[in-house]
Design a binder for this molecule. Sequence first.
Ligand SMILES: Nc1ncnc2c1ncn2[C@@H]1O[C@H](COP(=O)(O)OP(=O)(O)OP(=O)(O)O)[C@@H](O)[C@H]1O
Ligand SMILES: O=C(O)[C@@H]1CCC(=O)N(CCc2ccc(Cl)cc2)[C@H]1c1ccccc1Cl
Length: 334
Amino acid sequence: EEWKDRGAAVSIQRHVDSNGNQTHRIVKKGVQDFNFGRTLGEGSYSTVLAATDRQTLTEYAIKVLDKRHIIKEKKVKYVNIEKNTLNRLGDHPGIVRLYYTFQDERSLYFVLDLATGGELLGFVKKLGSFDEECTRFYGAQILDAIEYMHSKGVIHRDLKPENVLLDDQMHVKITDFGTAKILDIPPQTRASNSDGKPQLDRQDQDFANNIGIPDHERANSFVGTAEYVSPELLTDKSACKGSDLWAFGCIIFQLLAGRPPFKAGNEYQTFQKIVNLEYQFPPGFPAVARDLVERLLVLDPTKRLTIENIKSHPFFEGVLWGKQLWKQKAPRLK
Ligand SMILES: Nc1ncnc2c1ncn2[C@@H]1O[C@H](COP(=O)(O)OP(=O)(O)OP(=O)(O)O)[C@@H](O)[C@H]1O
Ligand SMILES: O=C(O)[C@@H]1CCC(=O)N(CCc2ccc(Cl)cc2)[C@H]1c1ccccc1Cl
């Protein structure tokens, strides 16, 4: 009973030992197991604090969500989406990893990778814009992480430089999965109940209840950050994997130009520019990068470059994809 009042959670850590045998360790972590340090930042429903695990001295970022506030703002669904998505995406160097979750009477806690470098946006603002080499490196890491997400049936839906964090090696760590979309949850049917019908769990039940309801009629149909929203999300309210590649095109443009392609006085005008594909390249925008961006910022998502096409585009010539990409030194941002 002791673990209940310590707000601890029992979590199963999958462990693969040196000769590849998989074991499971029962790990019980709670608030008492960490020394909380400085505030790294604040979200609408959350505070993120640096923290050290008192046993292992490992440093983490712990995202603390206020239950009362979440319930009041009707964001409980997003909390579950963030947790379920992060649990699915536990094994990629370019995605913030979720180690534990636990709660106490007031808060929910997400123990995450600590990204000490802060947001990519900060560096773009500080430097004005990136040169081609830096854009290639950060673009490649972001694309590699998107490829992994999509392979796990996850669409981020709100990719932007604020959600691309950097770790102590200045490597990419993508965060903020509360508004992600999990595709085709394979209906895991449980042991069938009395009348022999397969028993669906809540997640599948929820999915099954909503299936066939187009996004725009679904209560929580979500729109990302204006500048990076894809045209299909604005016109028929449905996001697809291509929506993340539209946002990727906006990010590549912004790293080189120092501003996003679609920006107007207010959200409505920004949306108009997007659906009318109204954007201009600044003078001096590199031609190879321009070609890549022009093939990503395409209104019809089925006509956009696929991840494979992007990886073999001349702009990414020479990039070593896969594990190599994450072992190399980040180019100095200048
Ligand atoms: N793993 C992390 N390591 C370091 N800093 C982080 C980490 N996660 C979030 N932060 C920082 O903490 C701040 C709050 O992040 P959080 O995800 O809680 O809210 P948000 O998504 O930025 O805001 P909102 O909830 O309004 O979208 C952000 O500025 C972010 O840069
Ligand atoms: O899904 C889980 O892992 C557990 C299941 C048991 C549980 O009670 N919670 C918290 C559910 C919850 C979600 C939102 C609010 Cl505002 C309050 C409680 C879930 C939870 C615990 C800690 C952190 C996040 C979550 Cl979703």
